[in-house]
Design a protein around this ligand. Structure first.
Ligand SMILES: [Ca+2]
Ligand SMILES: [Ca+2]
Length: 136
């Protein structure tokens, strides 16, 4: 009985250590995306890859800004960043089947709370991505 009583106490201690580690992680949320220069002539069909998730494409005209919430699913613009780790953020331009999509650029979010912006340039396009990092 004494041994059984000790086991839950050990588990509780382990659980406490795990939640302390999680508390020092972060979350990144994409707040807005602006098309400074389009990849195509009239409209870009722009989507994001955040961590291992992809959003659906959103149409942009030159100079247009969409809030992060325009990109769906909403969960795809929100990602957990482990302490000491990072999350990759990419802007892509969708093209029809048989035509590979273009990667506009890549940036990284680290576990340091704050508001950030990154100008991503590539394949003739130029996009400004803003994102917030908070403790999670
Ligand atoms: Ca396209
Ligand atoms: Ca294209």
């Amino acid at each position: 009985m004494a041994t059984l009583a000790a086991a839950p106490a050990a588990q509780a201690s382990t659980t406490h250590v795990v939640s302390a580690a999680q508390a020092s992680g972060c979350e990144v949320v994409i707040t807005s995306v602006k098309a400074l220069e389009l990849q195509e002539t009239v409209n870009d069909e722009t989507y994001l890859k955040v961590g291992d998730e992809s959003t659906k494409a959103v149409k942009f005209v030159e100079g247009q800004t969409h809030s992060g919430s325009a990109f769906t699913p909403a969960a795809a613009i929100r990602e957990y960043i482990p302490f000491g780790g990072n999350v990759r953020i990419q802007v892509w331009e969708y093209d029809k089947k048989d035509d590979p999509d273009e990667l506009i650029g890549t940036t990284y979010a680290y576990c340091t709370p704050g508001s950030y912006h990154a100008e991503l340039k590539g394949n003739g396009a130029d996009y400004l991505v803003k994102f917030d990092v908070t403790r999670a």
